[in-house]
Design a protein around this ligand. Structure first.
Ligand code: NDP
Length: 294
């Protein structure tokens, strides 16, 4: 029987609706309009698309959206001044600096300048450290989305063997921590892993976050496993528009896995929805209100 297709589009739409309800409740009961500021440096077309989509979805959820577009040649001091202003702005509860930044800027220094309480990308060392030590933290949106998608299939991940391919600060490492919090047994693989295929064959839950199209073949997958494909590679399509290809050979995996996310229509949809979740969490914490019910 072919795998169940995990419908990230539908799950993300429900999550966005839940976020809109929570945002309306914060406005109604506490006079707090959650606000998200996105800072874009330069004119990378993919980043522009992401920033536009984030602004649109933020407004659609009844939250305030602030966009700051700076030229690629902006100085570090000027960018830090924008972040400082947003850190002090009471209307802003979440700050996201769209990555990657131009090479002339030190991303780590810029991310570290964001107030950790407003760090809705969850990349500040304080949030990464809190997550790694099991404390409540704002966590990166893509791994958060991966957990929600997995839990749409398995109510509990306790005791399951999870394999994460990729160890970036953005995806693999925080995903490892979130899976540990769910009491899964986690293996993290990377470019130096020996015999990756047999490591993957042990996975009840397999997460691929590499960026190499169709690297994970059908015979790497344990029959019945849940496969979450995070990777995105853009290839030119016949119609001139880019096509997105995942890290998993989808047609092969469909015959073996128990459940699988498509690309597109899987993890990508969840990332922005989880940004709304994090903005609500940040707004509630800043105003010393109970966490939102999302
Ligand atoms: P990085 O390039 O930062 O990390 C890639 C990871 O893959 C590294 O840990 C690297 O290992 C590992 N890797 C590379 N080649 C191999 C290999 N042959 N075998 C095993 N592991 C390998 O990427 P990101 O984590 O930022 O993103 C990963 C993918 O997810 C990308 O395609 C990106 O576009 C996508 N993505 C999708 C999002 C979404 O919303 N759907 C959001 C964020 C990312 P090593 O550490 O040893 O170099």
């Amino acid at each position: 029987m072919p795998a169940k297709i995990i419908d990230g589009k539908a799950i993300a739409a429900t999550l966005r609706e839940d976020c809109a309800k929570e945002a309306a409740r914060l406005v109604r009961d506490h006079g707090v309009t959650p606000g998200l500021a996105v800072v874009l440096v330069g004119s990378d077309p993919a980043s522009q698309v992401y920033v536009r989509s984030k602004g649109k979805q933020t407004r659609a959820a009844g939250m305030a959206s602030f966009e700051h577009v700076l030229p690629a040649e902006v100085s570090e001091a000027d960018l830090l001044a924008v972040i400082d202003k947003l850190n002090r702005d009471p209307a802003v509860h979440g700050i996201l600096v769209q990555l990657p930044l131009p090479k002339s800027l030190d991303s780590q220094k810029i991310v570290a300048a964001i107030d950790p309480a407003k760090d809705v990308d969850g990349l500040h060392p304080i949030n990464a450290g809190r997550l790694a030590t099991g404390l409540p933290a704002l966590t990166p949106c893509t791994p958060l989305g991966c957990i929600i998608l997995t839990k749409s299939v398995h109510a509990s991940l306790q005791g399951m063997n999870a394999v994460v391919i990729g160890r970036s600060n953005l995806v693999g490492r925080p995903l490892l921590q979130l899976l540990l919090n769910e009491n899964a047994t986690v293996t993290i693989a990377h470019s130096r892993t020996r015999d990756l295929a047999s490591v993957c064959r042990n996975a009840d839950l397999l997460y691929a976050a590499v960026g190499q199209k169709e690297m994970v073949r059908g015979d790497w997958i344990k029959p019945g496993a849940t496969v979450i494909d995070i990777g995105i590679t853009r290839v030119p399509g016949a119609d001139g528009k880019d096509r997105l290809i995942g890290d998993v050979a989808y047609d092969e995996a469909l015959q073996v896995a128990g459940a699988i996310t498509p690309v597109p229509g899987g993890v990508g949809q969840m990332t922005v929805a989880c940004l709304l979740v994090n903005t609500l969490r940040a707004a509630s914490a800043i105003h010393r209100l109970p966490p939102p019910k999302v």
